[in-house]
Design a protein around this ligand. Sequence first.
Ligand SMILES: Cc1ncc(COP(=O)(O)O)c(C=O)c1O
Length: 399
Amino acid sequence: MNNVLRKRFANAFMANYATPQVALVRGAGCTVWDADGTEYLDLLAGIAVSSLGHAHPAIVDAVSSQVARLAHTSNLYANEPAIALAERLITLFGVPDARVFLCNDGATANEAAIKVALRHFPNRRHFVAAERSFHGRTLGALALTGKPAIREPFGSAALAVSFVPYGDPEALATAVTADTAAVFLEPTLGESGVIPPPAGYLRRAKEVCDRSGALLVLDEVQGGIGRTGRWFAHQHDDVVPDVMTLAKGLAGGLPIGACLATGAAADALGPGDHGSTFGGNPVSCAAALAVLDTIERDGLLAAVDDVGGLLARGITAVEHPLVAGVRGRGLWLGIALTRDVSPAVESAARAAGFLVNAPVPDTIRLTPPLVLTAEEVGSFLRAWPHILAASDTSAGRSR
Ligand SMILES: Cc1ncc(COP(=O)(O)O)c(C=O)c1O
């Protein structure tokens, strides 16, 4: 990013984000270009968001025609794309009695799930989540809401949460009590570096929840919508959660979130219990329908399996002292490093024309568009040894 943009960024925004190295201006498929015309292969997709890559005609058409017809309705009026999307998500989830709440992003999908759990169990206030998990950054906007009728049914925003080691069903069984309203789990820890649980963990978690009656909430915000070669990551395991949250890849780059609840929890929220100005926005919903249609029509779930396998095997095949192995499934991969050098690897990859991400010091995360081709995988794999060599040198320099 040039110095002028860098300065404007720093002068205009709060300091919560580091000033980025690159300003992107355009994308097509899995390629993006920066403001200086430099081309990158996008192996991150805006952190698992641009599921069909950039400027996919199906999304462009769906969004353009919807925005030209009707951009917003509010929830006082129904709109066809939102209804069609909710119906579609219920079908893909495979639980006909599930019901949907549409919102704007991952955090608001999880906020909805918290409210579902609190309404479902008026007398349970305890939650269980995993150490190193990530579920979003809202502070419970409800705590600031000055309307008792809206706020008080949910109690204090300060939830009582026990954190347990991820992947340990015994720890979960100990933490879940008769007062536990819900257990929140990711199907794989995404922000902590794509760390899958041991086989059978999610199913054991469901059994633990069922014993106490607590809801199992699976946060599929990062892993859902085809990223692992199934519609939802938990579909690799023999488990159906009580509640599931979605966002990121669902609308391929437009803001959206969704919370699906099953059984009695599907009816937990009553009139006035929850809402969102933009939730169910017809433009985002039209984009989401285009994403789901395209994944289905183009056989992208199978493609994710194939191309993801190619990518993981190709990375594993390159022996290098910096690389410990590859974790994950489909196009949701974490390259485990032997040292805390992920920022150096990320920057060497960028210099070589590849966008990857360093979520934690010892892991490189790859969450490319689901339309990534074998040729594009090949171009990354050819560059990978050079990227490692360059990062080794630069990490060595900074030690
Ligand atoms: C598993 C998971 N849940 C929730 C969130 C929060 O989503 P958002 O940033 O859209 O609020 C994220 C974001 O990375 C996530 O990975």
